[in-house]
Design a binder for this molecule. Structure first.
Ligand SMILES: [Zn+2]
Length: 418
């Protein structure tokens, strides 16, 4: 039986309750400019976690916390031997973060539970709302570390030993705030994972679409490049005799941009950091260090971009007489979300009649790691002007409500399909 048959089109989550919860949570770590600063494993993060746990208990859920502080709130199903359907995101924020990034996916999950309680509706499989620890990677690098540990990408010891700038580890801080749990971190069978999130880009709003059906997560390749030429006086050194490291870097910046444009619309190619030595106005730059960030959802295209970059760097080095150090420092394979989960989202959107389009996530999310261990997909809602990681980040209440309605139907369809 489809959820439409069970629910009809008029069954819906409580949009104002969801909005009130978002605004209540945003008071914890509220900043003067209307944003949120709730860094992972600080006292404010503990307050946010405590409030979430309290709300989940009030909604009748059982709480477990694993060794890296991931919180799971479980609502039983008719058959509790079945693997649970998970939904969630993260409660931590950037230092100048907004009210929606991450917290929306967690509280949308809670609103699904509250709605099912109101309806007195029991799913076949149990469902769980999850809040992943330290998604942002701002206080402790890297990002998405706890969902990465959960998915087996990182060791638990690696996760717990991540340090902040004061030398405090995640393990110490988890213990200090009382969220070093004892639930096993691996080995639990899962039915599926759904993550609702703001888009963090401008496409949905610009096209006047309410829902993004997320089919893929972009792959990434990060590089560090150093060109070495020779420092020399800017006056007496003729142009023909120069080995200008910045000229070489500039030509690679141009090439990186061209590579991005050649693989439109999905490719992103960025030089975001550059250090010039000695960085003096009357000295020809002798050494330049810079970074390249490539993203694309198709691994083969990402490999093609890689080959073009290597060619460009070799050609420029030859033209300019520079020595080159070239290293790919990070590779993150593209993720294709599960066809069944994407269909569950699509089906929900169709039942509800929301305008929508397929999307590729340009940012990393906990869902990108979860996809390695369980069928996964994501639901995007617009955010105003595509702005996030910013105190002015905003999503209208009707967008929040729509995404949560989709989440409700997708989760129930999956929980009852088993
Ligand atoms: Zn996020």
């Amino acid at each position: 039986m489809s959820t439409e048959a069970k629910f009809g089109t008029n069954v819906a989550i409580n949009g104002s309750r969801l909005w009130d919860s978002l605004m209540e949570m945003a008071k914890i770590g509220a900043t003067p400019k209307g944003g949120v600063c709730r860094l992972a494993l600080t006292d404010l993060d503990k307050q946010g976690r405590d409030l979430f746990v309290q709300w989940c208990r009030d909604a009748g859920c059982t709480i477990t916390v694993d060794a890296i502080g991931n919180i799971f709130a479980r609502r039983p199903g008719r058959n509790n031997a079945l693997p649970p359907i998970l939904m969630g995101s993260h409660l931590d924020s950037q230092p100048t973060g907004g009210k929606f990034d991450g917290v929306y996916g967690v509280l949308a999950g809670l609103e699904v539970v509250r709605t099912l309680n109101d309806l007195n509706y029991q799913t076949e499989a149990p469902i769980e709302v999850v809040a992943w620890t330290n998604e942002e990677g701002s206080r402790f690098a890297p990002a998405m570390v706890a969902s990465g540990v959960f998915a087996g990408t990182f060791d638990l010891e690696y996760g717990l030993s991540r340090k902040d700038l004061d030398g405090k580890t995640m393990g110490e801080e988890l213990a200090r705030i009382g969220y070093a749990g004892d639930a096993p971190i691996r080995g639990r069978e899962l039915g599926a994972y759904f993550e609702a999130h703001i888009e963090q880009g401008p496409i949905l709003e610009a096209e006047d679409k309410t829902i993004g059906v997320v089919t893929d997560c972009q792959g990434q390749r990060w590089y560090e490049i150093t060109f070495t030429g020779q420092e020399a006086h800017a006056g007496p050194t003729p142009m023909s005799r120069r080995r200008d490291a910045l000229l070489g870097a500039a030509r690679v910046v141009e090439a990186v941009n061209r590579i991005g444009l050649e693989h439109a619309p999905y490719a992103c190619a960025t030089v975001g950091l550059m250090q010039i030595h000695p960085n003096s106005r009357n000295v020809i730059p002798g050494r330049v260090f810079f970074t390249v960030d490539f993203r694309h959802p198709d691994d083969a295209v990402l490999a093609e971009m890689d080959a073009k970059l290597r060619d460009a760097v070799a050609r420029v080095a030859q033209e300019t007489g520079l020595e080159t150090e070239f290293e790919q420092i990070w590779y993150y394979a593209p993720v294709k979300f599960d066809a069944g989960c994407v269909e569950a989202v699509r089906g929900a959107v169709a039942e509800l009649g929301y305008s929508n389009r397929d999307m590729v996530s340009g940012a990393g999310h906990d869902a990108c790691y979860l996809a390695r261990v369980t069928p996964t997909s994501m639901i995007f809602i617009p955010c105003v002007d595509g702005i996030s990681h910013n105190e002015i980040e905003h999503a209208h209440p009707e967008w929040c409500e729509a995404g949560c309605n989709v989440l409700l139907r997708a989760v129930v369809a999956k929980a009852d399909a088993t």
